[in-house]
Design a protein around this ligand. Structure first.
Ligand code: ZN
Length: 266
């Protein structure tokens, strides 16, 4: 297996995996979406709410706010020694108190742990003159398996690495260059060339617009069966690099657990 980093950002990472099966790449994608734990508000004590939103609507909005998560400091309630009752190891409290007129943003949540903060500036509710909200929210770790609010990966996907071939019969008419929506092809000194193969979305518009293609293969868009371009985007609760490494670690741990279980059966 070979890994090549294409783009490395805090929230988004793009890399190429070669020498693997589609099943493997898909397992990494699924692990990023459903297996990496992240903090999210799980229940709320509403002390006062005279806003236009019902308590339930307000709490739903709070649950979907991404929170910065340090997975070294917190553990899943199901694995905690408190048996999920709630303790500083498995939950953190955030309070919110606001009075109108104003728009209340996620940044007004006051956390008991300075490392757990809203990762995004999210508008929660618009308060009119005299409207008030006062509440205490409790955030816990969970996984995307249980609820979308615990999904640390938000845009995780992959595609086969495109392979574009242009034969010598090409008359360099340039139709494919003009048609390609992603600027993959260029006309360099009267010769059609592939400039940015990874950007190809496999739409095959270049194939359909080429007049010569009707008689034979002049331009063909294919894929590498064992190479994939993967994209991982985090919701801000952790870096995209941590998201990928934790997803892969999770697969490795589960594979080891399965191996151990099978060895006892044999
Ligand atoms: Zn606990």
């Amino acid at each position: 297996m070979k890994i090549e980093i294409i783009e490395l950002g805090d929230r988004k990472t793009k890399f190429m995996l070669s020498g693997v099966t589609q099943a493997f790449v898909n397992s990494v994608r699924r692990s990023m979406l459903a297996e990496v734990p992240t903090l999210a508000i799980d229940y709320v004590n509403v002390y006062d709410n005279t806003s236009v939103l019902f308590d339930e609507q307000l709490v739903l909005r709070l649950g979907l706010i991404p929170l910065t998560t340090d997975l070294e400091s917190y553990i899943l309630p199901s694995e905690c020694s408190c048996d999920g009752e709630g303790c500083p190891l498995c939950q953190v409290s955030l309070t919110l108190s606001a009075e109108g007129p104003k728009i209340v943003y996620s940044t007004e949540l006051v956390s008991a742990d300075s490392s757990v903060m809203p990762a995004e500036i999210v508008p929660i509710v618009k308060l009119a003159e005299g409207h008030r909200i006062s509440l205490e929210a409790v955030a816990r770790l969970g996984t995307g398996h249980d609820h979308a609010k615990w999904q640390a990966g938000i845009a995780c996907g992959y595609k086969n690495v495109p392979r574009i071939t242009i034969s010598d019969e090409c008359d360099s008419c340039g139709m494919c260059v003009d048609t390609c929506p992603r600027g993959v092809l260029v006309n360099a000194d009267g010769t059609i060339d592939v400039a940015n193969e990874h950007a190809c979305s496999l739409c095959k518009l270049c194939e359909s617009v080429c007049e010569l293609n009707k008689e034979g293969d002049v331009i063909r868009v294919g894929t590498c069966p064992d190479s994939f371009i993967c994209t991982a985007e985090s919701d801000g609760s952790m870096s995209s690099t941590e998201l990928v490494t934790r997803a892969v670690d999770n697969i490795s741990d589960r594979a080891k657990a399965l191996d151990e279980r099978l060895s006892t059966v044999g």
